[in-house]
Write a protein that binds this ligand. Structure first.
Ligand SMILES: [Fe+2]
Length: 311
Protein backbone atom coordinates (compact mmCIF):
# COMPACT_ATOMS: atom_id res chain seq x y z
CA UNK A 1 0.00 0.00 0.00
CA UNK A 2 1.16 3.51 -0.75
CA UNK A 3 3.00 5.33 2.03
CA UNK A 4 0.92 8.40 1.10
CA UNK A 5 -2.82 7.73 1.45
CA UNK A 6 -5.03 10.83 1.32
CA UNK A 7 -7.71 11.52 3.88
CA UNK A 8 -10.70 13.65 2.95
CA UNK A 9 -10.94 16.24 5.72
CA UNK A 10 -14.74 16.44 5.57
CA UNK A 11 -15.84 12.82 5.19
CA UNK A 12 -12.86 11.14 6.84
CA UNK A 13 -12.62 8.71 3.91
CA UNK A 14 -9.05 7.49 3.38
CA UNK A 15 -8.04 6.94 -0.27
CA UNK A 16 -5.12 4.70 -1.21
CA UNK A 17 -3.66 2.42 -3.85
CA UNK A 18 -1.04 -0.21 -4.35
CA UNK A 19 1.12 -1.09 -7.32
CA UNK A 20 2.33 -4.43 -8.51
CA UNK A 21 4.64 -6.08 -11.02
CA UNK A 22 1.70 -8.04 -12.42
CA UNK A 23 -1.62 -6.85 -13.81
CA UNK A 24 -3.50 -5.05 -12.49
CA UNK A 25 -0.44 -2.86 -12.14
CA UNK A 26 -2.43 -0.43 -9.98
CA UNK A 27 -5.27 -1.20 -7.59
CA UNK A 28 -7.28 1.64 -6.11
CA UNK A 29 -9.41 1.46 -2.96
CA UNK A 30 -10.55 3.50 -0.02
CA UNK A 31 -11.71 3.15 3.59
CA UNK A 32 -14.71 4.88 5.07
CA UNK A 33 -14.42 6.76 8.34
CA UNK A 34 -15.27 3.58 10.27
CA UNK A 35 -12.42 1.72 8.56
CA UNK A 36 -14.49 -0.37 6.13
CA UNK A 37 -12.63 -1.03 2.88
CA UNK A 38 -14.29 -0.40 -0.48
CA UNK A 39 -14.33 -2.96 -3.29
CA UNK A 40 -11.01 -2.76 -5.12
CA UNK A 41 -10.77 -0.96 -8.45
CA UNK A 42 -8.15 -2.67 -10.64
CA UNK A 43 -6.46 -0.39 -13.18
CA UNK A 44 -4.98 -2.11 -16.22
CA UNK A 45 -4.07 1.02 -18.24
CA UNK A 46 -0.34 0.98 -17.56
CA UNK A 47 1.79 -0.79 -20.14
CA UNK A 48 4.64 -1.80 -17.85
CA UNK A 49 5.21 -2.07 -14.10
CA UNK A 50 5.95 1.40 -12.80
CA UNK A 51 7.09 2.88 -9.53
CA UNK A 52 4.06 4.93 -8.59
CA UNK A 53 4.94 6.20 -5.14
CA UNK A 54 2.43 8.95 -4.46
CA UNK A 55 -0.96 10.04 -5.76
CA UNK A 56 -3.51 12.75 -5.06
CA UNK A 57 -7.22 13.34 -4.65
CA UNK A 58 -9.49 16.24 -5.44
CA UNK A 59 -13.12 16.46 -4.34
CA UNK A 60 -14.10 14.73 -7.60
CA UNK A 61 -11.13 12.68 -8.74
CA UNK A 62 -8.24 10.44 -7.81
CA UNK A 63 -5.01 11.25 -9.70
CA UNK A 64 -2.43 8.58 -10.58
CA UNK A 65 0.90 10.02 -11.80
CA UNK A 66 3.03 7.58 -13.79
CA UNK A 67 6.67 8.62 -14.14
CA UNK A 68 9.64 7.32 -16.11
CA UNK A 69 10.69 5.21 -13.14
CA UNK A 70 9.82 1.59 -13.88
CA UNK A 71 10.36 -1.87 -12.46
CA UNK A 72 12.69 -4.06 -14.48
CA UNK A 73 12.84 -7.42 -12.70
CA UNK A 74 14.40 -9.18 -15.71
CA UNK A 75 17.30 -6.70 -15.74
CA UNK A 76 18.07 -7.79 -12.22
CA UNK A 77 17.77 -11.48 -13.06
CA UNK A 78 19.73 -11.37 -16.33
CA UNK A 79 22.27 -8.59 -15.71
CA UNK A 80 22.37 -8.49 -11.93
CA UNK A 81 21.40 -4.83 -12.08
CA UNK A 82 18.88 -2.79 -10.19
CA UNK A 83 15.26 -3.79 -9.83
CA UNK A 84 14.31 -0.19 -10.54
CA UNK A 85 15.09 1.36 -13.90
CA UNK A 86 14.33 4.29 -16.13
CA UNK A 87 12.33 4.39 -19.35
CA UNK A 88 13.43 7.66 -20.90
CA UNK A 89 11.25 7.08 -23.97
CA UNK A 90 8.14 7.18 -21.84
CA UNK A 91 6.21 10.43 -21.45
CA UNK A 92 4.96 10.82 -17.86
CA UNK A 93 1.21 11.01 -17.64
CA UNK A 94 -1.49 11.43 -15.02
CA UNK A 95 -4.54 9.17 -14.82
CA UNK A 96 -7.72 10.97 -13.75
CA UNK A 97 -10.39 8.68 -12.32
CA UNK A 98 -13.67 9.68 -10.60
CA UNK A 99 -12.83 9.12 -6.98
CA UNK A 100 -15.73 6.77 -6.27
CA UNK A 101 -15.29 4.85 -9.52
CA UNK A 102 -16.45 1.24 -9.53
CA UNK A 103 -14.01 0.34 -12.33
CA UNK A 104 -11.47 2.07 -14.56
CA UNK A 105 -13.82 2.63 -17.51
CA UNK A 106 -13.86 6.40 -16.93
CA UNK A 107 -10.14 6.90 -16.37
CA UNK A 108 -8.47 9.45 -18.67
CA UNK A 109 -4.73 9.86 -19.09
CA UNK A 110 -3.06 13.21 -19.73
CA UNK A 111 0.57 13.43 -20.80
CA UNK A 112 2.72 15.83 -18.78
CA UNK A 113 6.20 15.77 -20.36
CA UNK A 114 9.15 15.65 -17.95
CA UNK A 115 6.88 15.58 -14.91
CA UNK A 116 8.51 12.95 -12.69
CA UNK A 117 7.15 13.19 -9.21
CA UNK A 118 7.55 11.01 -6.15
CA UNK A 119 5.24 12.92 -3.84
CA UNK A 120 2.24 15.12 -4.43
CA UNK A 121 1.64 18.17 -2.26
CA UNK A 122 -2.05 18.81 -2.95
CA UNK A 123 -4.61 18.85 -5.76
CA UNK A 124 -7.98 20.45 -6.35
CA UNK A 125 -10.82 20.91 -8.81
CA UNK A 126 -11.35 24.28 -10.46
CA UNK A 127 -13.72 25.89 -12.96
CA UNK A 128 -16.75 23.86 -11.81
CA UNK A 129 -14.86 20.62 -12.19
CA UNK A 130 -13.57 21.39 -15.66
CA UNK A 131 -9.98 21.74 -14.51
CA UNK A 132 -7.68 19.97 -12.14
CA UNK A 133 -4.73 21.63 -10.42
CA UNK A 134 -1.89 19.57 -8.95
CA UNK A 135 1.11 20.89 -6.99
CA UNK A 136 4.08 18.55 -6.61
CA UNK A 137 7.89 18.53 -6.49
CA UNK A 138 9.06 17.48 -9.96
CA UNK A 139 12.35 15.57 -10.11
CA UNK A 140 14.14 17.32 -12.97
CA UNK A 141 16.87 14.69 -13.06
CA UNK A 142 14.95 11.54 -12.26
CA UNK A 143 17.92 9.39 -13.34
CA UNK A 144 19.70 10.44 -10.15
CA UNK A 145 17.09 8.46 -8.25
CA UNK A 146 18.96 5.35 -9.38
CA UNK A 147 22.18 5.99 -7.53
CA UNK A 148 23.02 9.64 -6.96
CA UNK A 149 20.20 10.78 -4.73
CA UNK A 150 22.29 13.71 -3.50
CA UNK A 151 22.17 15.20 -7.01
CA UNK A 152 18.37 15.11 -7.29
CA UNK A 153 16.75 18.45 -7.93
CA UNK A 154 13.03 18.56 -7.20
CA UNK A 155 11.38 21.75 -8.46
CA UNK A 156 7.87 22.45 -7.18
CA UNK A 157 5.54 22.70 -10.16
CA UNK A 158 1.86 23.49 -10.57
CA UNK A 159 0.21 21.36 -13.25
CA UNK A 160 -3.14 22.39 -14.65
CA UNK A 161 -5.25 19.92 -16.65
CA UNK A 162 -8.29 21.08 -18.59
CA UNK A 163 -10.59 18.07 -18.75
CA UNK A 164 -12.67 19.55 -21.58
CA UNK A 165 -9.91 20.62 -23.94
CA UNK A 166 -7.19 18.22 -22.80
CA UNK A 167 -4.74 21.12 -22.53
CA UNK A 168 -2.08 20.61 -19.88
CA UNK A 169 0.22 23.33 -18.55
CA UNK A 170 3.04 23.25 -16.03
CA UNK A 171 4.38 26.26 -14.10
CA UNK A 172 7.35 26.29 -11.73
CA UNK A 173 6.69 27.77 -8.29
CA UNK A 174 10.31 27.90 -7.13
CA UNK A 175 13.76 27.16 -8.49
CA UNK A 176 15.00 25.66 -5.22
CA UNK A 177 15.23 21.92 -4.69
CA UNK A 178 12.30 21.20 -2.38
CA UNK A 179 10.58 17.99 -1.27
CA UNK A 180 8.16 16.57 1.28
CA UNK A 181 5.57 19.30 0.78
CA UNK A 182 3.01 19.59 3.53
CA UNK A 183 -0.28 21.44 3.64
CA UNK A 184 -2.93 22.02 6.28
CA UNK A 185 -4.62 18.60 6.35
CA UNK A 186 -8.03 20.30 6.47
CA UNK A 187 -7.43 21.32 2.85
CA UNK A 188 -6.50 17.97 1.32
CA UNK A 189 -8.10 17.78 -2.12
CA UNK A 190 -9.28 21.37 -1.84
CA UNK A 191 -8.11 24.82 -2.79
CA UNK A 192 -5.27 25.81 -0.50
CA UNK A 193 -2.75 28.59 -0.58
CA UNK A 194 0.32 27.57 1.41
CA UNK A 195 2.72 24.68 1.24
CA UNK A 196 5.73 23.95 3.47
CA UNK A 197 8.69 22.13 1.93
CA UNK A 198 11.98 20.70 3.08
CA UNK A 199 15.03 22.20 1.38
CA UNK A 200 17.34 19.55 -0.05
CA UNK A 201 20.44 19.40 2.09
CA UNK A 202 20.95 17.19 -0.08
CA UNK A 203 18.24 14.55 0.12
CA UNK A 204 17.31 12.85 2.29
CA UNK A 205 18.73 15.47 4.65
CA UNK A 206 16.84 18.76 4.80
CA UNK A 207 18.84 21.95 5.41
CA UNK A 208 15.83 24.20 5.96
CA UNK A 209 12.16 24.85 5.37
CA UNK A 210 10.57 26.98 2.66
CA UNK A 211 6.97 28.19 2.64
CA UNK A 212 5.41 28.79 -0.77
CA UNK A 213 2.33 30.88 -1.53
CA UNK A 214 0.57 29.14 -4.42
CA UNK A 215 -1.40 32.31 -5.18
CA UNK A 216 1.85 33.85 -6.39
CA UNK A 217 2.05 31.39 -9.28
CA UNK A 218 3.29 33.12 -12.42
CA UNK A 219 5.04 35.94 -10.55
CA UNK A 220 8.40 34.19 -10.23
CA UNK A 221 9.48 32.46 -7.06
CA UNK A 222 6.53 31.85 -4.72
CA UNK A 223 8.66 31.77 -1.55
CA UNK A 224 7.13 33.83 1.26
CA UNK A 225 9.02 32.45 4.25
CA UNK A 226 12.22 30.53 4.78
CA UNK A 227 14.43 29.12 7.52
CA UNK A 228 17.91 27.77 7.10
CA UNK A 229 18.95 25.43 9.89
CA UNK A 230 22.60 26.49 9.80
CA UNK A 231 25.88 24.67 9.18
CA UNK A 232 25.76 20.88 9.52
CA UNK A 233 22.29 21.01 10.99
CA UNK A 234 19.64 18.95 9.25
CA UNK A 235 16.12 17.68 9.69
CA UNK A 236 13.99 14.83 8.45
CA UNK A 237 10.51 15.19 6.97
CA UNK A 238 8.63 18.22 8.32
CA UNK A 239 4.95 18.35 9.28
CA UNK A 240 2.46 21.15 9.44
CA UNK A 241 0.30 21.13 12.56
CA UNK A 242 -2.59 23.54 12.36
CA UNK A 243 -3.62 25.57 15.37
CA UNK A 244 -7.33 25.41 16.06
CA UNK A 245 -7.10 26.44 19.66
CA UNK A 246 -8.93 29.69 18.97
CA UNK A 247 -11.11 28.30 16.23
CA UNK A 248 -8.93 30.21 13.83
CA UNK A 249 -9.78 29.18 10.32
CA UNK A 250 -6.76 30.78 8.69
CA UNK A 251 -4.92 28.21 6.67
CA UNK A 252 -1.39 29.04 7.77
CA UNK A 253 -2.16 29.44 11.46
CA UNK A 254 -0.05 26.71 12.96
CA UNK A 255 3.39 25.23 13.31
CA UNK A 256 5.93 23.35 11.27
CA UNK A 257 7.49 20.62 13.36
CA UNK A 258 10.44 18.34 12.69
CA UNK A 259 13.28 16.43 14.28
CA UNK A 260 16.56 18.26 13.88
CA UNK A 261 20.09 16.94 14.28
CA UNK A 262 23.22 19.04 14.76
CA UNK A 263 26.02 16.94 13.35
CA UNK A 264 28.85 18.99 14.93
CA UNK A 265 27.60 18.43 18.47
CA UNK A 266 25.53 15.26 17.89
CA UNK A 267 22.62 16.97 19.63
CA UNK A 268 19.07 16.32 18.51
CA UNK A 269 15.97 18.41 19.04
CA UNK A 270 12.29 18.40 18.29
CA UNK A 271 11.56 21.83 16.87
CA UNK A 272 8.37 23.89 16.41
CA UNK A 273 8.37 26.83 14.00
CA UNK A 274 5.72 29.54 13.66
CA UNK A 275 4.33 28.93 10.16
CA UNK A 276 3.21 32.54 9.80
CA UNK A 277 6.48 34.29 10.59
CA UNK A 278 8.65 35.33 7.59
CA UNK A 279 11.67 33.53 9.00
CA UNK A 280 9.70 30.59 10.38
CA UNK A 281 10.79 31.48 13.91
CA UNK A 282 11.51 28.62 16.27
CA UNK A 283 9.00 29.07 19.10
CA UNK A 284 9.69 25.88 21.02
CA UNK A 285 12.23 23.11 21.05
CA UNK A 286 12.81 19.98 23.06
CA UNK A 287 16.24 18.43 23.54
CA UNK A 288 16.06 14.73 22.76
CA UNK A 289 17.92 12.14 24.84
CA UNK A 290 18.91 10.29 21.68
CA UNK A 291 18.93 10.90 17.97
CA UNK A 292 15.99 10.32 15.65
CA UNK A 293 17.49 9.38 12.27
CA UNK A 294 16.73 11.47 9.21
CA UNK A 295 13.66 9.94 7.70
CA UNK A 296 10.23 10.29 6.22
CA UNK A 297 6.86 8.58 5.95
CA UNK A 298 5.98 9.44 9.52
CA UNK A 299 2.78 10.92 10.84
CA UNK A 300 1.79 13.33 13.57
CA UNK A 301 -1.72 12.80 14.79
CA UNK A 302 -4.04 14.35 17.34
CA UNK A 303 -4.37 12.84 20.78
CA UNK A 304 -8.06 12.30 20.10
CA UNK A 305 -7.44 10.26 16.97
CA UNK A 306 -4.66 8.26 18.58
CA UNK A 307 -6.85 7.35 21.54
CA UNK A 308 -9.65 6.33 19.18
CA UNK A 309 -7.30 3.90 17.43
CA UNK A 310 -6.03 2.47 20.70
CA UNK A 311 -9.49 1.74 22.10
FE1 LIG B 1 7.29 8.91 0.13
Amino acid sequence: MTAHPKKDPVTGVLFAFRYSMLQPLITYFWFDAAGNKSPEVPIFSLKQPSVMHGFAITELYALFPETQLVMKPMDMVVHGGSFIGLDQAKVPWIGVLPRYAKDESEIRWFEVPRFNLMHTTNARDEADGEEIVLVAPNNLSIYHMLGNMELLHARVDMVRINLSTGVVSCTALSSKSLEFGMVHQGYVGRHNRHGYFGVSGPMPKLSGITKLDFHRVGTGDCTVAHRDFGPRCFAGEPFFVHDNINGDGNEDSGYIVCYMHEEATAKSRFVMMDARSPELDIVAEVQLPSRVPYGFHGLFDTQTELLAVLQ
